[in-house]
Design a protein around this ligand. Structure first.
Ligand code: UDP
Length: 498
């Protein structure tokens, strides 16, 4: 491949990555920065707050040990958000305090402005909530690329609903309606399962116009996805974005094998212990025999739901590795365990409190099924390791993601068919029987579960091919970096980005 402009001259392409304060955004953006670091001449820097930086150190150290350095540039987490020192992540606050994280987003504007102007990188890849970075970048004549932690499918659906507002005209919150203007199978939703900002005015409703405008004015969009996963939806999105004279790239930022174990969990003693415990336990299990249960970085359950889940897992008869988080990331209580439960499941079930190395666990051959909340990264990681999915509970866009898993790709089941809601206060406790029933589907050697298992297994090859040399994500990423080198060259020759 011919080297472009400054790259050919040996000049460094300095790219700043600025993630939102949530692990589901920080993890894939760090993976992306590590991919940039692999390309000669690129100098990626994670611009991040101190406690969030601590979470990605194992990944950065691993990347550096392979010769691919990602720099860290720290800025203080805004104290005016009134969170205790060291609490800087959506996963570390109680559900009542999530608004403080969103407030911190707004309060970060000044720090971003100062850092970007002081260092003048050659390009910025910043998370969607940081809409002001487009204007700063424009001012300096450098490209800003908008980073989307979630895929094209949920974005198509959310954008359509913002535009058409079909959900405003349904008689009740549980009345199904069809998502308009979509390719592929007909997708129906109910209002209670929609992201909060579509139902009521919240921080996102207020910021939506700014986010969209800044995205359309940015140089392009990078999506944490790969073309083959959502190609029909990519086609319509690309067409629309091209019509808006923008650029869309897709890249699945799957991290490499050895990097998976330390991903996102930081270097604490507890995280290290969990890592070793999980891998040791899985090592003694038969291939495909274990159900892995994990609900992302910030979702948590009331005691009553945990109790039902525990009973459902026990009744299913499948061995399980279950990650249980507490609200605020605090040590998880055990009062929810019904009497004698821990004794009864000894050897058959491992309960891990806090953070577990999800990507490494999913890759383990002992894991046969993944029960998740369908967070976008979990969906990608589940498919990337070829595991069928049982979807339970969700917030924000995750019920939308579930439609992709269950109805479009047909690689998973919905655990509960009763009323579900993204509102904490409306959540209905999913009974043990529903959990047992869903897991049992995957334990039969034939039928629906087996079909899903086979289809899911296909995705290992497809996702692997996308990120391998010459694959769609590999090409997308390289051509994006090529473009950034060209822009850097043009800027040095006096051409200003429009
Ligand atoms: N994760 C992990 N260990 C945990 C919990 C979460 O490694 O114990 C990782 C998971 O692998 C994924 C991310 O955290 O990369 C969660 O992102 P996702 O989009 O699935 O859900 P969110 O946390 O945003 O709800």
């Amino acid at each position: 491949m011919a080297l472009a402009g400054e790259e050919a001259r040996g000049a460094k392409l300095r790219v700043f990555f600025i993630p939102f304060f949530a692990s589901g955004h920080i993890i894939p953006m760090t993976d992306l920065a590590c991919l940039f670091a692999k390309r000669p001449g690129v100098e990626p820097t994670m611009v991040i707050t101190p406690a969030n930086a601590a979470l990605i150190r194992p990944t950065l150290d691993h990347s550096a040990s392979s010769g691919h350095t990602v720099q860290l540039l720290l800025y203080p987490f805004p104290s005016a958000a009134h969170l205790p020192s060291g609490i800087e992540n959506l996963g570390s606050v109680s559900s009542d305090d999530t608004w403080k994280i969103h407030k911190a987003v707004d309060l970060s504007r000044e720090a971003h402005d100062r850092i970007i102007r002081e260092h003048t990188p050659d390009a910025i890849i910043s998370d969607i909530p940081f809409w002001w970075t487009t204007a700063i970048a424009k001012d300096l004549g450098i490209p800003r690329i908008t980073f989307h932690a979630v895929g094209v499918f949920p974005q198509c659906i959310m954008n359509n609903l913002v535009k058409n507002r079909v959900h405003d005209h349904v008689p009740t919150d549980s009345h199904p309606f069809t998502i308009p203007d979509l390719p592929g199978p007909c997708i129906k939703m109910v209002k209670s399962e929609l992201p909060e900002f579509l139902k009521h005015r919240d921080h996102l409703t207020s910021a939506w116009d700014d986010l969209k405008k800044s995205q359309l004015e940015s140089y392009g969009v990078v999506v944490n996805a790969f073309y083959e996963l959502e190609h029909e939806y990519c086609v319509i999105t690309t067409e629309r974005l091209i019509a808006w004279e923008s650029l869309v790239r897709r890249t699945v930022a799957l991290c490499d094998e050895q990097g998976k174990a330390g991903r996102g969990g930081g270097e604490s003693e507890a995280a290290r212990e969990n890592r070793e415990r999980c891998m040791r336990w899985l090592g003694g299990k038969e291939a495909g025999s274990v159900l892995f249960v994990c609900f992302g970085s910030w979702c948590y359950f009331e005691d009553e739901q945990l109790r039902e889940m525990a009973l459902g897992l026990e009744a299913s008869g499948m061995e399980f590795l279950w990650v249980v988080r507490g609200d605020h990331g605090e040590h998880v209580k055990t009062e929810w365990m019904s009497e004698g439960w821990e004794e009864r499941v000894k050897g058959k079930g491992l309960v891990v409190r806090g953070w577990a190395p999800q990507a490494a666990i999913l890759d383990h051959e002992a894991v046969g099924v993944f029960m998740t909340h369908c967070g976008w990264n979990s969906l990608l990681e589940g498919l990337g390791s070829g595991k069928p999915i049982a979807d339970a509970d969700a917030v924000f866009e995750q019920f939308v993601n579930e439609r992709l898993v269950v109805e479009v790709l047909k690689v998973g089941v919905r655990v509960w068919d009763g009323f579900r809601s993204t509102f904490e206060k409306e959540k209905v406790v999913v009974p043990a029987e529903a959990i047992e029933r869903a897991v049992r589907k995957f334990m039969e050697g034939s039928g629906e579960g087996e079909e899903m298992r086979k289809r899911a297994a296909e995705w290992v090859k497809i996702a692997g091919a996308a990120v391998a040399e010459g694959g769609s994500s590999h090409k997308d990423l390289n051509s994006l970096i090529d473009d950034l080198f060209i822009l850097q060259h043009e800027r040095k020759n006096g051409k200003h980005i429009e």
